[in-house]
Design a binder for this molecule. Structure first.
Ligand code: NAP
Length: 243
């Protein structure tokens, strides 16, 4: 059975990615941290596409938990499954001007957004190397490309994942594994619920926030055969908002 693993698949962009990949024929491993109800809803949406959904609750920043849940599942199902797609989407922000940014908020954002990339990718890419096929898609951010006042921790974590994306693409290309990133701008999710669209939209050439499905469409493209010669890239989905 062919699987796609989506971290942070319970809500927002991750949920839309789960549905998109299910529509493309993948069974889905839905990772999430704590929101059981939201994860169950994603499961329902994946199953409505006729695909199998497996809920995987673990904190992507906790290496031990990733091993206990993901590595155990992979070992138990190794004869019958193949994880072809990994979407590293789980992420958080804890914004503050650098002047006021506490070490705790710096560490937490780096742990989830950057170490979270490390643990899941480390496990899954080894499996992909053996299968000699894989698509790794990292959800980064416009902040990681251009920087953003009040988001040093977040921008640093996303810029680091962009560097990791480009480097890993160069290491694993010969094994037919592609590694790319998608960089959303302002997308309507719980993460941006505190940002006033009316106030910000005049700065966006397309004059609106994006929809999760618009990000999932690009994730779907990068996971597809159509993207077989695209690797080490960062594709922006931001309505034209650059600088
Ligand atoms: P969201 O609506 O806040 O959802 C976050 C998802 O990540 C949830 O499924 C959450 O699980 C999961 N999650 C958070 N911390 C986790 C952890 N430590 N371990 C496992 N899962 C964890 O966020 P979103 O807006 O969809 O953002 C998704 C990704 O896109 C993030 O990487 C974010 O940085 C990036 N992004 C978003 C925007 C935007 O405008 N929304 C812009 C640029 C980039 P629970 O449901 O269990 O809490």
């Amino acid at each position: 059975m062919k699987y796609a693993l989506v971290t942070g698949g319970s809500r927002g962009i991750g949920r839309a990615a789960c549905v998109k990949l299910a529509k493309m024929g993948y069974n889905i491993l839905i990772n999430y941290r704590s929101n059981n109800e939201a994860a169950e809803e994603t499961r329902r949406l994946v199953e409505a596409e006729g695909k199998t959904a497996v809920l995987m609750q673990f904190d992507v920043a906790d290496g031990q938990a990733v091993k206990e849940v993901l590595a155990t599942w992979m070992e138990t199902n190794k004869e019958t499954m193949s994880i072809e797609v990994l979407v590293n989407n789980a992420g958080i922000r804890k914004d503050n001007l650098f002047m006021w940014m506490e070490e705790e908020d710096w560490n937490e954002v780096l742990d989830v957004n950057l170490k979270g990339f490390y643990y899941s990718t480390k496990l899954v890419f080894k499996h992909m190397l053996l299968k000699r096929y894989g698509r790794i898609i990292n959800v980064v951010s416009l902040s990681g490309i251009k920087g953003m006042a009040g988001q040093l921790n977040y921008a640093a974590s996303k810029a680091a994942v962009i560097g990791a994306t480009k480097s890993l693409a160069q290491e694993v290309g010969r094994s037919k594994i592609t590694v790319n990133a998608v960089a959303p701008g302002f997308i309507k999710t719980d993460m941006t619920a505190d940002i006033n669209e009316k106030e910000f939209k005049s700065r966006i050439p397309l004059r609106r926030f994006g929809k999760v499905e618009e990000v999932a469409a690009v994730i779907g493209f990068l996971a597809s055969e159509d993207a077989s010669y695209v690797t080490g890239e960062v594709i922006s989905v931001n309505g034209g908002l650059y600088t």
